[in-house]
Design a protein around this ligand. Structure first.
Ligand code: 5GP
Ligand code: ZN
Length: 145
């Protein structure tokens, strides 16, 4: 059962869902709305948003999450994408500009940094003892959530 959808009068994505701001709509369900990004990283860059105002992923009821990913698959399939990124940012320093949960579908048509997502990946070797302690802490907390 879907929760009662919240919306914010000031949120641009809530306004897009309500049709108060125009958008290039792709697919709509009872729980989700998808449309082309107005500032695409590549041609076909799309956004999927829940029809519920939650700023960050952990604030969003699960049924909206379950509805969104099949739409991402459809948008990738409709474009015949083989290379693409699904991106979802939470918080300003994690590159979230619009405080309404959204999933990006970003085609990566070539290896060029000029189109599609460009990812920094500052991986470092992990300390095994630290990994073990962290795993124990998180596994314990996760079993209670
Ligand atoms: P974020 O950085 O928050 O993960 O991504 C926000 C995305 O929303 C950006 O890619 C930006 O281009 C897109 N966006 C912002 N405002 C609008 C709008 O009014 N219409 C559409 N279609 N996309 C928008
Ligand atoms: Zn909103």
């Amino acid at each position: 059962m879907a929760s009662v959808a919240r919306s914010l009068t000031t949120c641009i994505f809530c306004k897009i869902v309500k049709g108060e701001i125009p958008s290039f709509k792709l697919v709509e369900t009872d729980l989700s709305y998808s449309f082309l990004d107005i500032g695409p990283l590549s041609r076909g860059h799309a956004l999927i948003i829940p029809k519920d105002h939650a700023a960050k992923l952990h604030e969003l009821p699960n049924e909206y999450l379950a509805d969104a990913m099949p739409i991402a698959k459809k948008i990738a399939a409709a474009q015949g994408l083989e290379n693409y990124n699904i991106l979802q940012n939470n918080g300003r320093i994690a590159h979230q500009e619009v405080d309404h949960v959204h999933f990006h579908v970003i085609p990566k048509p070539s290896a060029s940094d000029d189109e599609g997502l460009v990812v920094g990946w500052p991986a470092k070797p992990a300390d095994k003892e630290d990994l073990k302690a962290l795993q124990q802490e998180l596994a314990s907390k996760l079993s209670k959530l």
